[in-house]
Design a protein around this ligand. Structure first.
Ligand code: ATR
Length: 276
């Protein structure tokens, strides 16, 4: 019997997830359908319930429902609990009774660290600067810190949010937070997790922020490089966008649902071609 999965978002019509999961299913021979569902802003729980009633087994969750999904879960992975956000729902059924318990996970951070590894960017021992202190950044901090950077600084327009975020993750590694004016020294990896690029603006950083051989990573992606990546490339940093992270986080979700780890390379290439 075909199992059903979906991505919930609002809006969701431009989501690449159905294409990615269809490619994974084809590649691994898994019998599943994956669709995009626009849940009502006020009733995420209702949309999930209807989906399960129709045979849904699991879902991805994107903007703006990751916190709603978090609240819906009966159990959570450690990284989802830390992130306070869930991007993967798994319906756990106990045999014939089919009593569904909802398990929540967050695969965004592992998606990021796997994408960095794919591009041979070393996190261990690196000095990392993370821009932004919203949900996108909170979602990736645990796997990033588990990769053992030398130090990680979170810079944010509203400094108090960065300070608080660093405080919440202090037990996992060398982490601090503050405003952009407090950014000191050079970094091997600068990750943009703000939504500033969407408005075409640039976080206020010194041109000297990049160490020799540094990488600039934007969690956003598109047909054109973001304003942050264009600026970083001009300073000599290697620019990477978030397309690989999107594919990798999907692969981790797929593995949670189906127990098979798909090959991401061909899907990356296909997606990149579609963007161009
Ligand atoms: P998301 O879920 O995408 O992280 P969010 O939680 O609203 O969304 O967080 C957006 C982040 O982008 C925040 O860190 C925000 O900074 P503030 O905390 O000061 O609001 C940051 N951001 C948005 N627009 C920005 C801009 N023009 N310049 C700098 N930072 C910006």
């Amino acid at each position: 019997m075909t199992d059903h999965y979906c991505v919930f978002g609002h809006p969701v019509n431009h989501s690449k997830s159905p294409m990615i999961h269809a490619a994974f299913a084809e590649q691994t021979g898994e019998d599943l359908e994956y669709s995009a569902i626009e849940a009502p802003l006020e009733d995420f729980a209702g949309a999930w319930k209807r989906f399960v009633a129709q045979g849904g087994k699991g879902a991805n969750v994107t903007v703006p429902f990751k916190e709603d999904a978090f609240r819906l879960c009966d159990s959570l992975s450690d990284r989802a609990r830390r992130a306070k956000a869930v991007n993967t729902l798994i319906l756990e059924t106990d045999g014939p009774t089919q009593n569904g318990r909802i398990r929540g996970d967050n695969t965004d951070g592992l998606g990021l660290t796997r994408d960095l590894a794919h591009h041979r960017v070393t996190v261990e021992g690196a000095r990392i600067l993370v821009l932004g202190a919203g949900g996108a950044v909170r979602g990736v901090l645990e796997p990033l810190l588990q990769a053992r950077p030398k130090a990680l600084f979170i810079a944010n327009r509203t400094p108090e949010k960065a300070v608080q975020l660093a405080e919440d993750f202090r037990d996992l590694g060398e982490i601090a937070g503050g405003g952009y004016a407090e950014v000191e020294g050079r970094f091997d990896l600068v990750i943009n997790g703000t939504s500033a690029s969407l408005g075409g603006t640039l976080p206020p950083l010194a041109e000297t922020v990049f160490a020799p051989g540094a990488t600039a990573y934007d969690m956003l992606y598109g047909a054109e490089p973001t304003v942050f990546l264009r600026w970083a490339a001009r300073q000599g940093a290697r620019p990477l966008d978030g397309l690989g992270m999107l594919v990798e986080q999907a692969a981790v979700s797929f593995q949670l649902w189906r127990g098979k780890r798909p090959d991401t390379q061909v899907v990356r290439e296909r997606l990149r071609q579609l963007l161009d």
